[in-house]
Design a protein around this ligand. Sequence first.
Ligand SMILES: [Zn+2]
Ligand SMILES: [Zn+2]
Ligand SMILES: [Zn+2]
Ligand SMILES: [Zn+2]
Length: 629
Amino acid sequence: GRGDACTTHCPTCPPDTPPETPRFQCMDCMIPDLFCQDFCVHAHSRNPLDGIERWDATKFKRTSLKDMGLRVQLGHRHGEVCEMSITAHKKFLVIYTNGIHNVAVDFCGCVDESIVGLRRQQLLRRLWYPATHEEPQTCTTFRALELFHVMTLQGKVTTYDFYTGLEKLTTKSGLVKVKDWYKAFMRTMRQWRHLVMLKRGGRGNDGDHLVAETKPGELAVVCPACPQPGVNLPANWETASGEERFLYILYIAIDTCFRLKRRLVSSEKKDPGFGTGWSYFTEDPPFQKYLLSVTDQKEMSTCISLAALDYANTKFSRGYGSTGVGLGVCARHEFVQRNGAADLQRGERNEIRLDLILKLVTFVIPKLHIYGHKLLCQLNFSLNFTPRATRTDGEGIECPWANIGPVATSTREMGPGSRHDTLDDHWGHWNWEKLTGLGALLKKCMLCAIPERNFQRGSLATFTENQAEHVGEWMTMVQVFEADNTRPNPYELPKSGATESDLRLKFVQEEAADEAGGRLPIHNVSPSVFVIAGLDLEEQGHRIKVAVAAHKGESSKHSVSIIEKCTKLSRYLARFRKVQAVYIPGALQALADVPVVQGVGTLVENILLFLPSALSRELRASGCNTISI
Ligand SMILES: [Zn+2]
Ligand SMILES: [Zn+2]
Ligand SMILES: [Zn+2]
Ligand SMILES: [Zn+2]
């Protein structure tokens, strides 16, 4: 309600003015009272976009300063009225952070246009951005554009949601329809993004080269920590000794994201990018030319982990102008590289070709992803085995993907140019965030790395000492391999013969053959199942021993869990012994020979199983039965 506001006279008017019930309040100004219409209009000559409400006997109702008689004079000092003023369109509209406003605007029509400026300039000088440049009828304030820009970069708010939100702020109930200026807002925002990027790149008014002469990648925020000759490298970096060369390695992680598709809407002709190629996306014309030169390719790789690439070639790509984005980031600091993003195309043109001097490039697979690859990939492309790779994990690309993911739904429906501009803008923000956080992050990493490095060095020294007789030979193997990776890989485990499942298969086949030949097993548990059960028991015993040692003197929780495991093992053991009596009577004999240690009260994990391998040669020969004759 009206609260304690005065009902008889306007507290802001001089005492000699005729009494009038003050009925207006401003939602944006901090004025404690209600006031009269004249004062309200006068007080808002500098704030023509404030939200005003009028008391209509029972409730406050939204009204507008335009309806109350406020006019905005452009091109003159505050309070001046232009004698030659030109009235703007009667439905002139301004989009502001608190809603959408109808405003009565007067342009200055004074003679010298070079002084007063064009209409769009008159608006821009009041920080109102016109949606069209000839006869502006709609504007968005710089504040509203800034607000949306931050909201979309930080929270991935879409243009549609933001604009609809402003409509709701304007009409509250949503029952009154505001004329739809969404397209105008969208267009303005796109220009704004572009201009802000140019401004931040120091382009536009540098008096040096025109905006159109912006060079590829010039607007990208680049990583200050990665090596850049002429920027942060010493003059003699190319001749640095082997020990120091790791300082000058650039780690680039390349990955593709199939969520960042684009439907086949609009075209490059209808919707060209404002600055495609100036920051993160590759330049359009050279990239299109390159795509035409790439021949169809079906066989991507024999490694199943690369099946994702084949996914792009399936029917799921139908109806899409682009099937995703390929991106390169610096793997250690996660900066999107300048011109490091490219559209994946329909069909088979997804090869990422690196026209590089291959001798200088080492290919590796990130440390987590590598476990999804086959063994050969794990051996040949491991960062752990790459000389001077330090402790890089190469997984840095996943973070920018996670950040850009929420944008995918809206960019999917955009034309090619809007999509490029939008994604470039988000990556610019991502890189900026990385840049401002880099100092603190690197310090944190270093403080973490020093004690770890010391610990690992200590372990290596101890190991080297204990294995002194092998170290020389091992070192040579590693050095030979590092110098020439076609030589035997010392990290490759030698083939250790048949696996457990190979042997199981062999035994089962033998047993089947025996039964087919009429030789039946002497127990309904077959010999192979019995042996496997024995091995299993042995392993469980070891596990309990390890657990007991690890949790010595700890809480009762661990003791309970260990006792439970022991009880279970005892039960298995009892069943095992019954079958053992049939297959290995010799074991019972051996068991009888063992002193009291194996009697009642022996911890279950210490009990000797006497599997055939644990028996003496003679006992094994005489004390094992397999099949009935
Ligand atoms: Zn008054
Ligand atoms: Zn106000
Ligand atoms: Zn004028
Ligand atoms: Zn970097």
